[in-house]
Design a protein around this ligand. Structure first.
Ligand code: PNS
Length: 165
């Protein structure tokens, strides 16, 4: 397809939230093909394996025909070369997000000048939401069902049940 726009939406997605799904749904309307790419080389304390995160992302985006779920390790700009695109998509919730996101965008552009990062402003109802907070709520016995899609909630419940056993 001429002028076909392919973008990568990278992230940890541990777990995917309604905020991620909002960015994916809105991003998928703006580009021809959206690759949601789960970072593999994470040093963060993760709750879900890369495979589990990819499976959850597949389930919650099954209705979006131009969305692909993949994973990557190493530098994002190198992965973008492998996927033959220069366009990155990220969501921004707050001024503090802007600071880290603009730093990442500038670093990526310095490493690979053709890289462009597109930012979507988080919808107001998701502007306070993060995977870290969802994990904390679940760990402390709270109800996170309004913050995550249903398939993610099921897996969170399964994790917290198995942790109690
Ligand atoms: O969901 P997150 O944790 O905010 O996503 C961060 C992510 C995956 C976009 C970022 O850590 C990343 O791109 N990592 C890959 C390594 C890399 O390219 N680092 C240099 C640019 S910051």
């Amino acid at each position: 397809m001429p002028n076909s726009l392919v973008a990568i939406y990278p992230g940890s997605f541990d777990p995917p939230t309604n905020g991620h799904l909002d960015v994916i749904s809105r991003g998928a309307r703006l580009v021809n093909h959206l690759i949601v790419a789960v970072l593999q080389n994470t040093h963060k304390n993760s709750l879900f394996t890369i495979g589990e995160r990819a499976e959850m992302l597949k389930e919650i985006t099954a209705h979006l025909t131009n969305v692909e779920i993949d994973s990557f390790d190493g530098l994002l700009v190198d992965y973008a070369v492998r996927r033959n695109t220069s366009t990155i998509l990220r969501g921004i919730r707050s001024v503090s997000d802007y600071e880290t996101e603009s730093q990442m965008a500038l670093l990526n552009r310095r490493m690979r000048p053709e890289t462009e990062t597109l930012f979507l402003t988080a919808s107001a109802e998701h502007s306070f939401l993060s995977s870290r907070m969802v994990k904390e709520i679940i760990t402390l016995g709270g109800d996170a069902s309004v913050f995550v899609p249903e398939p993610v909630m099921r897996r969170l419940q399964a994790k917290s049940h198995s942790a109690k056993e």
